[in-house]
Design a protein around this ligand. Structure first.
Ligand code: MG
Length: 248
């Protein structure tokens, strides 16, 4: 049975965009190592990527964008490589600049961006009101939505940074319900995280669709893919376009 809804709210990370971080490091490790060498830091590609991945796992202060990357993560990686602070201050910015250029190119060229755009366009044609709430920074979310050319499709775009609270905080869902002015059961939340997305939405009476990603490949301390949540999603999908089949 299809899920009936007037509004559909999406999570960003591993729902609208699949985590490109480790893929970018693998593809561009030669350039990143070259930047280090330019600053007199002699490290192997493996040492650099190992430390960067470790830092990305460990650093998670509120509103930090892991997909876009941010300075505290890069600085933790450089500290792990024992790079002198005065060198790290400049080298960190160069690595970040290069990473962001790679990230932007990834979003523009990833075939999945087109799949997401077409699916959202079709939902819009069906008269659905669309929104996005992400535990992220305003800049990170806005950049991604604009690069994917989907920003105009959403009437509601909020982040933990803009509202001051992050999922699974109940205020996130109260904020969504208040914006749309609909009964909770007329709203569907689509996300990949059992605790922050599915449980949290269901506890507020919203419907929930679980976007299933490879939990071994994308496991990070700040994600919860274990099915130890208390609530069952109303439906599960393995690809973005599948949403057209499960949503009325
Ligand atoms: Mg997510």
């Amino acid at each position: 049975m299809k899920i009936q809804a007037k509004a559909i709210i999406f999570d960003q990370g591993n729902t609208l965009i699949i985590d490109p971080f480790s893929g970018i490091l693998e593809l561009h490790k030669h350039e990143f190592r070259g930047l280090c060498a330019k600053y007199g830091v002699e490290v192997s590609e493996k040492e650099l990527t190992d430390q960067w991945i470790k830092a990305n796992r460990e650093v998670d202060f509120p509103y930090l964008s892991h997909f876009m990357q941010e300075e505290p993560i890069v600085q933790r990686a450089l500290a792990g490589l024992k790079v002198a602070e005065e060198t790290a201050a400049q080298l960190g910015l160069e690595l970040l600049k290069e990473y962001r250029a790679c990230y932007q190119a990834f979003i523009r060229t990833d075939p999945r961006s087109a799949e997401v755009r077409e699916t959202l366009g079709e939902l819009k044609k069906r008269g659905k009101r669309l929104g996005v709430f992400s535990n992220d920074r305003v800049l990170g979310l806005g950049m991604a939505l604009n690069l994917m050319a989907i920003r105009p499709l959403f009437e509601y775009v909020e982040t933990s940074e803009s509202t001051g609270f992050e999922k699974p905080d109940p205020r996130v869902f109260e904020h969504i319900i208040a914006h749309f002015g609909l009964a909770p059961e007329e709203i569907v939340y689509v996300g990949d995280d059992q605790i922050r997305d599915i449980d949290a939405a269901k506890k507020h009476g919203l419907k929930a669709v679980w976007y299933k990603v490879d939990s071994r490949r994308y496991s990070e301390p700040w994600r919860d893919y274990e099915i130890r949540g208390q609530c069952r999603a109303d439906a599960g999908v393995n690809s973005f376009s599948e949403l057209l089949a499960v949503l009325e």
